[in-house]
Design a protein. Structure first.
Length: 117
């Protein structure tokens, strides 16, 4: 079989989460190999996942957008979708952004409340 990957994948044994549907749906998985460009995921039971989702690896504090390239009943090979910035956002950064957005919304509502005659 011809190797088509651009990046060498390191063998791993990391718990992961396939997150989709506006973070309402989550499937646990095992990340068996990982590189900057993609990963191999293994599931405990046959799982249906969308073609594009977020892969969260809590132990590494990473969340990456992933696209399925191949799949079997219990496994999937994914490549990571590159953003315009060609990077990713850590879970902690995403949480901080969400907290700041919530705080901004609350402050905006309070200003509107105080501005009413």
């Amino acid at each position: 079989m011809t190797e088509r990957r651009k990046d060498h994948r390191n063998r791993t044994y990391l718990g992961g989460k396939v997150v989709f549907n506006d973070r309402l749906s989550v499937h646990d998985c095992l990340v068996r190999n990982l590189s900057d460009g993609g990963a191999k995921l293994v599931f405990d039971f046959p799982t249906t996942v969308p073609s594009v989702f977020d892969l969260v690896v809590p132990r590494r504090g990473e969340s990456r957008r992933a696209e399925v390239k191949w799949r079997t009943r219990l496994e999937a090979g994914v490549s990571f979708v590159r953003s315009a910035a060609d990077g990713y956002v850590s879970i902690e950064t995403a949480r901080r952004i969400r907290r700041l957005e919530d705080e901004r919304s609350a402050l905006k509502a309070r200003v509107a409340e105080l501005s009413e005659p």
